[in-house]
Ligand binder design. Structure first.
Ligand SMILES: N[C@@H](CCC(=O)N[C@@H](CS)C(=O)NCC(=O)O)C(=O)O
Length: 217
């Protein structure tokens, strides 16, 4: 299988974490885009595989291409369903799906914040927009704090994989650990989750200085 992107993207990292948790990472070759992924059409191979020009893209075992990290994770989990919680109850399954959407939405807001400070040309930034994204992130994390208050879920789900990758991006890429003060239960869960080999082995390298870094994102 081929996975386009690098673990600097929280979406790609999430897909790679899912591959490791599914036990199929040795089948996955990561392919870094040749150009700046924020201008996705700069990479011909990537834009042929995904007209949206976004990573991740997965070429599956069967040889077809999948786009969007949620779909890619579903595919990877379908190879090893026993590794991920599958509630029999329909209501619980929808709750689980909603959990994943919330974590993914927080990730989207984080990437939008990073774009504000790193992608937009000088003078084109909109600090209020970034602040609005930060409010969304806080609200989602507080929702998870409430959901975890009894006890964090014990069994692995794609929602937790998404949340782990999102929190990693918030702390490493945006350098923001302030959320921990309001969300101590979530912070403890994350500290524990970060110790999983799927997290330690996908930790992105520290960012190079901005002037030496064509691939912000
Ligand atoms: N919903 C997509 C989002 C993927 C995404 O936005 N990836 C970013 C990298 S962090 C990207 O490739 N951006 C390039 C662009 O928007 O042109 C997913 O979950 O995979």
């Amino acid at each position: 299988m081929k996975l386009y992107g690098t673990v600097r993207s929280p979406y790609v990292r999430k897909a790679m974490i899912a591959a490791i948790e599914a036990g199929v990472d040795d089948e996955v070759e990561m392919i870094a885009p040749a150009e700046n992924v924020w201008v996705g059409d700069g990479d011909a191979e990537l834009s042929a595989a995904n007209p949206l020009g976004k990573v991740p893209v997965l070429t599956t075992r069967e040889g077809f291409s999948l786009i969007d990290s949620a779909v890619i994770c579903e595919y990877l989990a379908s190879i090893a369903p026993e590794k991920f919680a599958q509630p029999a109850d329909a209501a619980e399954r929808w709750e689980m799906a909603n959990f994943q959407s919330l974590a993914q939405g927080a990730m989207d807001a984080m990437v939008a914040m990073a774009a504000e400070s790193n992608i937009r040309p000088e003078g084109y930034g909109w600090p209020d927009w970034a602040a609005r994204q930060r409010v969304k992130i806080s609200r989602v994390l507080e929702r998870f704090e409430t959901l975890f208050a009894g006890s964090p879920p014990e069994n692995l789900t794609l929602g937790l994989v998404t949340l782990g990758s999102a929190l990693g991006y918030l702390e490493q890429r945006l350098g923001d650990k302030t959320w921990r003060a309001n969300c101590p239960v979530l912070a403890r869960w994350f500290d524990e989750f970060q110790r999983r080999p799927s997290m330690t082995s996908t930790m992105p390298a520290p960012l190079p200085p901005p002037d030496q870094d064509p691939r912000r994102g």
